[in-house]
Design a protein. Structure first.
Length: 270
């Protein structure tokens, strides 16, 4: 059956948003997935988007591959695989809308916590500067930056599992991955490069699960091909958008987009 013009137009817009997420502002891809779910059943839309996302991953790798941090990927993939398996089982036996809302609630709490920590860390250096201005000069001042969080910590492992689960259930692994990479305090290009390799690996792992669940079919592939140009245009727009953006602005935009995506998953779907 040929997809209707309305479905194709909405799909192209959804793919465009996903492309911007791949190469520019992370986490906004959740809105693309939700947009497609307005014209295609939510679970079926994950099968339509998967080949399109793989195309976006390939474009992002072409742009940012050399900046990736392979160590973070190696440490994260085991927990992500566990999350994918959990998501596969949940899609088979649980209400996907309920699972999606739980993911949204967890993401929202995590994003708010990260924003609060960011605010506190911004206040502390200002206070330290004020104290330093009224204190005797020190020959060996302490560095302001703190060491990055441990990549093997329990929170990081939970974020990895959450990324695998949420990408399997709702094509919304981006916000979890955003929180993980912000926790690791990587630079903007390293963030985008690591994300590109991560989602290529995760989306390739999802293919057999999606085929097994009947989500990827000849009909779904026809719609995927029709909307694929949208992700190419979005990827180019995302690359242009991120150029010249400071690390502080990039991180703030990523966190705000994560919080917004969490709210959308919590109350805006279905």
């Amino acid at each position: 059956m040929e997809p209707s013009p309305l479905v194709v137009v909405v799909g192209l817009l959804a793919a465009f948003v996903m492309g911007v997420s791949k190469t520019g502002v992370p986490s906004v891809g959740a809105f693309g997935a939700a947009l497609l779910a307005t014209v295609v059943p939510a679970v079926a839309s994950t099968g339509v988007l998967l080949p399109v996302l793989l195309l976006g991953d390939a474009v992002a790798i072409a742009m940012y591959a050399r900046h990736a941090d392979a160590r973070l990927l190696v440490r994260l993939l085991p927990s992500v695989t566990v999350g994918l398996l959990a998501g596969y089982l949940l899609v088979r036996v649980a209400d996907a809308d309920v699972v999606t809302r739980v993911i949204g609630a967890v993401l929202l709490l995590s994003a708010i916590g990260a924003l609060v920590r960011r605010r506190r860390s911004a206040v502390r250096p200002a206070a330290d500067d004020a104290v330093a201005a009224t204190s005797p000069t020190r020959s060996d001042p302490e560095p302001v930056d703190r060491p990055p969080a441990r990549a093997r910590g329990p929170v990081s492992l939970l974020l990895g599992a959450g990324a695998g689960l949420s990408t399997m259930v709702a094509n919304a692994g981006g916000p979890m991955m955003t929180l993980y990479l912000l926790r690791m305090r990587v630079g903007t290009l390293a963030f985008l490069g690591t994300s590109a390799w991560f989602f290529l690996a995760v989306n390739l792992l999802k293919v057999p699960f999606s085929v097994g669940l009947g989500l990827i079919t000849p009909d779904s592939l026809r719609l995927s091909a029709a909307i694929a140009p949208g992700i190419l245009v979005g990827a180019l727009a995302g690359r242009r958008l991120v150029r010249g953006m400071s690390r502080e602005v990039f991180e703030l935009a990523a966190l705000v987009a994560t919080a917004a995506a969490a709210v959308w998953l919590l109350v805006g779907r279905g």
